[in-house]
Design a protein around this ligand. Structure first.
Ligand code: SF4
Ligand code: SF4
Length: 332
């Protein structure tokens, strides 16, 4: 067994703190054993990079934009499997230095998923091997649900972080992802206060009528730390369990930017495709008080989620979770 994977024998990499032995067939909320790579290729979206998508995720987001990668082990057959870190590092550096890499100005290895955090020791080893060849930059794309120790490990090697926040309030965050927002906000605050020079941007995917009411409190939270914190709103693209849900309109994106700027934040923008067709669901879960959480919770319930407020950490369904097992028509 590779020495650098030893921590997986008692996995506490993320805030679920499952404490399972992932090398002996036990699985926690993420369901991942030994880390595996879903895909790896040059990617032109900023920051331009050689992007390595790791299989699996510790969240079960209803609107997952990458569900064919995130819902490991269901999607394992389509993955590249475990690739030796030395080999992966060599390939990454070679691609960054290739003519296409130069053409798109790719200057870093970008780790994404799913969530890369359940694969953290593997990522550290790939970075270590890559930097033996060349002093490459590294971006870490996260949902923010790592432990404080994991965050400090990540900050030790990254050049940049792209940090997704799904919702601000506990209720809406839980209804959308199955996880609490507290650890995410704690980590966001730590990055904003201690590692702003490593932050590429915070990202917030705006889902009509579900997490719109959290825009103002989130922006206020950041504005009070530092008005120059970069925040980008991403237009929701209907996908996964929310495949038939409505996309965000340009008007809503502009309104989110205005709301954020009104709190004092200066570096706010939006991106993504707007106006995608779909329907706002009418099913509501009354276990929640916020309108957005009632909507998302209702959809989760309709698709078989059994704990409300959603809490994947205490749920018995684990790998047989009906949300995790959902299959959407859209596969990108
Ligand atoms: S969910 Fe988090 S703590 Fe649990 S096994 Fe996966 S990475 Fe480890
Ligand atoms: S059924 Fe359980 S594991 Fe699946 S999303 Fe709901 S709370 Fe999480």
């Amino acid at each position: 067994m590779e020495k650098y994977l030893e921590g997986l024998k008692n996995c506490n990499l993320c805030e679920w703190k499952c404490g399972v032995n992932r090398l002996e067939g036990e699985t926690g909320v993420c369901g991942i054993g030994k880390p595996k790579i879903a895909t790896a290729a040059l990617h032109p979206a900023p920051p331009q990079s050689y992007t390595i998508f790791l299989c699996g995720c510790n969240f079960k987001c209803l609107g997952c934009q990458n569900w064919t990668i995130a819902h490991y082990p269901k999607t394992e057959t389509r993955s590249l499997g475990f690739i030796a870190p030395e080999k992966m590092a060599e390939e990454a550096v070679e691609q960054l230095n290739s003519s296409r890499g130069n053409f798109i100005s790719a200057d870093r290895i970008f780790f994404s998923g799913g969530s890369p955090t359940p694969s953290l020791p593997y990522i550290e080893k790939i970075v270590e091997e890559a930097r033996k060849i060349q002093q490459v930059k590294v971006n870490y794309d996260t949902n923010g649900f790592m432990t404080h120790d994991s965050l400090k490990r990540i900050l030790h090697f990254v050049s940049s972080i792209t940090f997704d926040i799904k919702a601000f309030s506990e209720e809406i965050h839980r209804s959308l992802t199955g996880a609490p927002s507290g650890p995410v906000l704690r980590n966001a605050k730590y990055v904003a206060e201690n590692a702003l020079n490593q932050l590429w941007e915070f990202r917030y995917m705006l889902i009509p009528e579900i997490n719109e009411e959290d825009v103002k409190p989130l922006a206020k939270f950041f504005a009070e730390i530092n008005p120059h914190i970069p925040l980008n709103f991403l237009a929701f693209r209907p996908n996964f369990v929310l495949e038939k849900y409505k996309g965000a309109t340009q008007e809503k994106m502009e309104m989110a930017v205005k709301t954020a700027k009104d709190t004092g934040l200066k570096n706010v923008d939006w991106s993504g495709q707007v106006g995608l067709k779909g329907k706002i669901s009418e099913v509501k879960a009354l276990e929640y008080t916020k309108q957005g959480a009632r909507l998302a919770g209702g959809i989760a319930k309709e698709h078989g989620c059994i704990t409300h407020p959603r809490n994947c950490g205490i749920c018995d369904l684990k790998l047989s979770c009906p949300i995790k097992s959902h299959t959407a028509a859209r596969t990108t």
